[in-house]
Design a protein around this ligand. Structure first.
Ligand code: IPD
Length: 262
């Protein structure tokens, strides 16, 4: 496990440096769109994923690799890497300092390690299954323990929006139904950082529909290792729904999510 973590740490740091070095001042040019006209991709998303893929598969050629921007690679080792080279691409394009490299590895389908680096600020987060969640600042490591449990009417909740217009319409209605019942709602723009913010205790809960595994795999392990419950319709987060909250308030939050018809 520590071999996977060492590799993920080193690759995430290099990928973040690659993006910082290439990012021009002001707005970044858009290279194309994906699932809808609001789903942006830049040349730097693509080159960053290429760098990560090459580094990981050179070190571990038998592993599988799934990234947001490229073809999946099948493997034979039982280890699968799940990578978002820039989570928060729209923030990246506009220069809002909330975008991150997200790297997770699973062995035989079980999450083992997760690393998230906020590219703009350098904030780095990591977790190993059973080893806790950590904020890493050079040689200083701070254990993350999440927020205290709160009643839903005192929760600061983060969410996000899918890029498909019909899904967005549904999400906006659900968020509208939730807003009167919670302290407030944030749409920060990078799911990986929503989950590390939760692990840091900067938020109380999180709910989002339509996420892909690369958006939440690393952040979910970090949040879970910080003591949060990260769940979904079948007891695990999936594309239909990702919900995260402290163990003592997750049932109350899930009931609200259901009432709001997410
Ligand atoms: C997006 C971000 C955003 C979330 C979207 C994701 P991307 O990832 O995580 O916060 O609301 O659903 O697709 O496209 O910037 O990698």
């Amino acid at each position: 496990m520590s071999e996977l973590l060492d590799l993920a740490r080193s690759v995430a740091a290099d990928a973040a440096e690659h993006v910082r070095a290439l990012r021009p001042r002001g707005r970044v040019g858009v290279a194309g769109t994906k699932s809808s006209p609001t789903d942006l991709v830049t040349a730097i998303d693509r080159s960053c994923e290429e760098l990560i893929r090459a580094r990981i598969l050179t070190a571990r050629p038998d592993d599988a690799f799934v990234g947001e921007e490229g073809q999946d690679v099948a493997g034979t080792s039982g280890v699968e890497w799940i990578v978002d080279p820039i989570d928060g691409t729209v923030n990246f394009v506009y220069g809002i300092p909330r975008y991150a490299v997200s790297i997770a590895a699973r062995r035989d389908g079980v999450d083992e390690i997760g690393v998230v680096v906020n590219i703009a600020t350098g904030e780095a987060y990591e977790a190993t299954a059973g080893g806790g969640a950590w904020r890493v600042d050079g040689h200083e490591r701070t254990r993350l323990t999440g927020p205290p449990a709160a009643p839903v009417d005192q929760m600061l909740v983060a969410t996000g929006f899918n890029y498909v217009p019909s899904v967005r319409e549904h999400q906006a209605a659900a968020v509208g139904r939730m807003l009167p019942h919670v302290r407030d709602i944030r749409r920060i723009g990078a799911a990986a950082l929503d989950l590390t913010d939760l692990a840091e205790g900067r938020l109380d809960a999180y709910v989002e529909q339509g996420l892909k595994p690369w958006d939440h795999a690393a952040g979910a392990l970090i949040a879970r290792e910080a003591g949060l419950v990260v769940t979904g319709p079948g007891g695990v987060p999936d594309e239909r729904l990702v919900v995260a909250a402290p163990a003592a308030s997750v049932e109350e939050f899930l009931a609200l999510v259901e009432r709001c018809r997410f």
